[in-house]
Design a protein around this ligand. Structure first.
Ligand code: MSP
Length: 615
């Protein structure tokens, strides 16, 4: 049974706040954030005022166009900051791939995106991992953090900020935040005894544990700990959190996770310990160098400190005025409590606005168990990228796993899906069309795509589907977005088969003209596919765009509005046709992968794919 003996709160606060740092800070007069509502302590006693803290959408309209009411042109999104106890695995890569697709989509909408990721480097788990490897914690963190950066490069992750919790600017922000919360009367000292899961870095309720006090996520026994710690008065925020969620049901997504969060809050919030006496590898508690700040109380602040420029004064105020509040925290469902309960309460205590949304996705599983470093049942993302290329990996996981739910990996299914969707439906359609254009029209478009498609049924279908894809992206329905773009590809394939331009080209002048127009219509369809799929498969999309005769610079300048029909113009000359996506030959993936050129790499080779169909 966990038990806590609370020292006198007054005494602790007096003890802690008798310092120059805290004395210079007056909690009743803070009103200096650009992005927050100023507050006085009085606000905390009034539940009706709690919504003031929430910058999230107040729409109660369920899951439709979930960011549409934000209005602003900034979009700040975050991945969790990954523990550096071990190198990344496919589970950690999954959150980042999804975040990257969302960031790229928001950039297409011409939002000013700040995409934040990084590494969580303090705490017992990391110190133990370093010791096991025979390194110092800081050397260990440098190596593993670098492995994350390298993987993000391999996976074409377009992050804007990479924050490490060992960065001095982060440490300064954490200390300032701690001091604010303390000054607000929300930190006290107490003894604690309970069962601790080192892998979760969390004290557990005995009732939530398996036999032998095993953690249900990590299947390892929790250890009994007794410590004299500082506590955060989470219980004080119970009513305000309830109110925030009542007024902003969109704060937690998908909607079915909201019930879980509401359940936790309803069952009664307990104060939690935010310092560790037994852990050296961490940020020292201001004015008590014998304790370090609890790794979660430290790492969550990374979302704020990441906003600071390297040469900027490391203060909370500067960080907050540089983009806070975040539009979206993308996380796995295992860390929902920290993000949807602890974090908002911490922010309220410090008088900082709340993020707009926390989205908890599901797990990648292997044999039904969460894939993870602690269980050792991971899938190597670097290996997958080397064998199949970044676009295949990104596409497979985003298409295959309905965002929010769990999904199991199978290599057989991976190969089947990638071959069918990317190599056949998209790659082959482009290749055969370009082949026909080269043979019959010197690779040059005969007419504007707008003119070619007047009253055309494929154009009508594409317009409808591309709008549908936009709505799916907007609602973070990434799998449905992929599926819808593929439907455009299917419609294009159906059209070319029905029209059979290869036959028309042989049937005299009028039929030749129709065939030439049909090719323009299909290539315009491909252009739109390339843009609409670019959040998911940026490398593949660039290759499609290049084949259509555009430069990389032109590709980098596209926006979602370019999905409007009519981009390709008469006279545009297509590039030399070559397969844009190699079919994976079962068993010989390692050889075929090299055909999928990475953006900027010179490794392009002719794939061992089936030669393009030129009917
Ligand atoms: N360090 C904390 C996060 C602090 S954020 C301020 C942490 N790190 S973690 O490395 O353990 O996990 C990071 C993310 O990876 C979490 O969102 C977690 O859900 C996700 N995943 C880890 N394994 C996963 C799967 N098998 N499948 C999908 N995502 C999973 O928690």
């Amino acid at each position: 049974m966990a038990c806590r003996v609370q020292h006198s709160i007054q005494n602790s606060i007096y003890f802690l706040s008798s310092t120059p740092l805290l004395n210079s800070f007056n909690p009743t007069t803070r009103s200096y954030f650009k992005n927050q509502i100023s507050f006085s302590k009085k606000l905390f006693s009034s539940s009706s005022r709690t919504a003031l803290y929430c910058t999230c959408s107040s729409s109660k309209s369920g899951n439709k166009d979930i960011f549409s009411s934000n209005g602003g042109d900034e979009f700040v999104l975050t991945t969790p900051l990954y523990y550096v106890n071990a190198p990344p695995h496919m589970g950690s890569a999954y959150t980042t791939i999804a975040a990257d697709a969302i960031a790229r989509f928001q950039r297409l909408l011409e939002k000013k995106v700040i995409f934040i990721t990084g590494t969580d480097e303090h705490g017992e788990k990391i110190a133990t991992a370093a010791a096991t490897n025979g390194s110092s914690p800081s050397e260990h963190c440098d190596v593993v953090s670098q492995a994350y950066k390298a993987l993000w490069k391999d996976l074409d992750i377009s992050y804007d900020k990479f924050i490490r919790t060992t960065d001095p600017k982060h440490e300064a922000v954490v200390k300032e935040f701690y001091s604010r919360v303390l000054a607000n009367g929300d930190i006290y000292r107490a003894d604690y005894e309970g069962l601790y899961c080192v892998n979760c870095e969390e004290y557990k309720d005995e009732k939530d544990l398996l036999d032998n006090n095993c953690c249900p996520t990590h299947l390892k026994p929790c250890v009994r700990r007794k410590e004299d710690n500082y506590f955060f008065a989470l219980s004080k925020y119970q009513q305000q959190l309830e109110e925030v969620l009542r007024q902003n049901p969109g704060f937690v997504q998908p909607s079915y996770r909201l019930n879980e969060v509401q359940g936790w809050i309803k069952s009664g919030l307990k104060d939690f310990s935010i310092s560790r006496a037994s852990v050296d590898w961490g940020i020292a508690v201001p004015n008590d160098s014998k304790q370090t700040i609890y790794v979660w109380f430290d790492a969550l602040l990374g979302y704020v400190s990441a906003l600071l420029e390297d040469n900027e004064l490391a203060s909370l105020e500067t960080a907050i005025s540089s983009g806070w509040p975040a539009s979206l925290h993308l996380i796995g469902k295992d860390i929902l409590r920290f993000h949807a309960v602890y974090w908002p309460a911490m922010l309220m205590s410090a008088g900082i606005g709340l993020p707009k949304m926390v989205f908890g996705h599901g797990f990648l599983t292997k044999d039904g168990m969460k894939m993870g470093k602690s269980l050792g049942n991971t899938l190597e993302p670097t290996d997958l990228v080397q064998r199949f290329g970044p676009d295949a990996v990104r596409y497979f996981f985003l298409r295959e796993v309905e965002f929010g739910n769990d999904g199991d990996y199978s290599e057989e299914r991976f190969i089947r899906i990638i071959n069918a969707h990317l190599a056949n439906t998209i790659g082959n359609l482009l290749n055969r069309t370009l082949g026909l254009l080269k043979k019959n029209c010197q690779s040059t478009l005969a007419v504007d795509s707008y003119v070619a498609a007047e009253g055309n049924k494929l154009k009508a279908a594409v317009e409808k589907l591309v709008e549908k894809a936009r709505v799916h992206y907007q609602n973070l329905e990434l799998s449905a977005a992929c599926e819808t773009v593929l439907e455009i590809g299917n419609a294009g394939n159906l059209y070319i088969d029905e029209q059979a331009p290869w036959t028309l080209f042989k049937q005299g002048e009028a039929a030749f003209e129709t065939a030439a127009k049909d090719l323009v219509i299909i290539l315009e369809t491909m252009r739109i596919i390339s843009i609409a799929l670019s959040p998911i498969t940026p490398g593949l999309s660039l290759r499609i765009y290049s084949q259509l005769g555009y430069t990389e610079e032109q590709f980098n300048a596209i926006s979602w509005s370019d999905t409007k029909w009519g981009g390709l113009k008469a006279g545009q000359v297509m590039a030399q046709a070559m397969p844009i996506f190699a079919r994976i030959e079962d068993g010989t993936e390692a050889e075929t992968k090299s055909a999928e050129t990475k953006k900027g790499s010179k490794k392009e080779k002719t794939p061992k794919s089936k030669s393009p169909v030129e009917a």
